[in-house]
Design a protein around this ligand. Sequence first.
Ligand code: SAH
Length: 366
Amino acid sequence: MINLLNLNRQDMMDFFVNIGEKPFRATQVMKWIHHLGIVDFDVMTNLSKTLRQQLKEIACIALPQIVTIQTSQDGTRKWLLQIDNNNCIEMVFIPEDDRGTLCVSSQVGCALDCRFCATAQQGFNRNLSVAEIIGQLWLAEHTLRAENYCVENQSRAISNVVMMGMGEPLANFNNVVKAMQLMMDDFSYGLSWRRVTLSTVGIVPALIRLKDECPVNLAVSLHAPNDTLRNQLVPINKKYPLAKLLAACREYVKIEPHRRITFEYIMLKGINDSSTYARTLVKLLQGIPAKINLIPFNPFLSTRYQCATPDAIDHFRDILLQAGLMTVTRKTRGSDIDAACGQLAGKVIDKSRRQLKFLKKQEVCG
Ligand code: SAH
C-alpha cells in the first residue's frame, strides 16, 4: 500500500504514469486530499470508478492519529499525535489576529542534545516521513476549518508554517523538503516561501543544499555569539562552527534581494544575557541582512537553566536596536500547556539511550 501523503507533485505524477494513467490525475487527487481534506477515494468523483477501485487496492491516505488536544488560556492549541505503535509527536497552533501559525515537528525526538531544550532530553527515535510531516498541516488545517476557524479575509486556517517543533529539520532533509514543497504547491496548500520558515541549528552542508533546492524563509538558532559558549549550548557547533555557519548564511541571502535571516537567541540568565555578549553579537552579524528574535527561555522539568530577567532582555534588545539590528522579543505562547518553544516532548522511545545517560547523571548528582 502506498500512502499518497508521502508524495509531492512530481512523485504523484510518476505514480499515476506508472499505473498507466495521465499525469494530470496527480493534481486532481492532490486537490481532493489537500484542498478539500478528502481521504475517501469514493468521494473523488472526477476519477473513473475503475480508477477509484484500483486506488483502493494499491493506495491509502493515512494520517497521524490525534491522541489529545489541549488549549491554552491564550488560545494556543497543542495536539499529541500518535504516529506508530510506540511514538507520539506534538504540533502547536498559535492563533493571532491576522495569521494562524502551525509549529510542525520533523523528527521523533532530536539527536542534537542542545542543553536548554526539552525535546533533546527525550532522546531520538527516528525521522518523520513526508506523510507524517504534511499530515500535521492536513490535520490542523482541516480540523480548524471545520470549526470555521479561518484567518481574517482568507478561507484558510493556517497561514504560516514554522518548522520549529520537535527535531532538527535539516537532519531529515529529503522528507522535510518534500513536505515543504507540498506546503507551497498551489495544488495543495499554496503558501508563499515567506510563510514557510525552517528553523535550524545550522547543519551547514544541508543548509547549502536548502538554498539550491527549496529556499524557504530561514531561521537560525544561534544562542551564543562565540564558539566557546556555543559549543556548550549547541554541541553541533563543534562540527559546524560559527565562521562556517555564517558563511553559509551569507550565501543564503544572496538568492534574491531583500532576503533576511532570522537569528534566534534564547535568553538564559547569567549564561548568554550580558551586554558584552550583545555587543559581540552585533559584531558577529555585521553585514548580514538579519532579524533577531530574542526568545525568553521556557523552563521544563529538571532543567538547570533560568530565564533572563525582563530587564536583562530589554537591555540586550536595546543594544542590538541601537546598533541598527532589527530585534524583537518573542512573545511566549502556550506555556501553561507546555506548548512553548523548546517544551515539546511527545512520547519518544529513545534509541539514542540519552534518557538513560540523563537519569544516571541525575543519580550521580544526587
Ligand atoms: N531544531 C531546530 C528547530 C526546533 S526548536 C532549531 O534548533 O532551530 C525551535 C526554537 O526553540 C529554536 O530556536 C530552539 O533553540 C528554541 N528552544 C529550544 N528550547 C527552548 C526553551 N527551553 N525555551 C525557549 N526556546 C527554546
